[in-house]
Design a protein around this ligand. Sequence first.
Ligand code: AMP
Ligand code: ZN
Length: 114
Amino acid sequence: MGECIFCRIVAGEVPADVVAETSRCLAFRDRNPKAPTHVLVVPVDHVAHAGELGAEHADLLAEMFATARSVAEGDGVAESGYRLVFNVGDDGGNTVAHLHLHVLGGRAMAWPPG
Ligand code: AMP
Ligand code: ZN
C-alpha cells in the first residue's frame, strides 16, 4: 500500500487537514472541495472501494457513518443537511482506490448529481 495516497495520509506521511479520528477511521478535508464542507472519511486499514464491502465491514461502516455525523455537527451543517457519497468505478467518478465517504454540506445539492 506504499503508493496509496490515503494510506500515506493515515500513516502521517502526507499532510492533511484532519477533523476527526477514531480507532478505525480518519476524517480530513478534501483538497479540492466541491462544497463549503467537503470532508473524506476513510478507514485506517486499506479497503479498495465500496464494491468490496461485506458483512465483515459492518462495524467499520457504522463508525464511518457516526464519524460523518460528528463532522457534520462540527461544521454546523447537521441541521441544514448534507450528502454522503461513495463513488465506485469510472462511471461513479472514483479516482482514489482507498475507500472514502464524502461528506458534503453548506450548500443545497442538485439531484440527480451531474
Ligand atoms: P473520488 O473521486 O470519489 O475517488 O474522490 C477522491 C477525492 O480525494 C477527490 O475529491 C480529491 O479532491 C480528493 N483528494 C485526492 N488527494 C487528496 C489529498 N492528498 N488530500 C485531500 N484530498 C484528496
Ligand atoms: Zn490505502
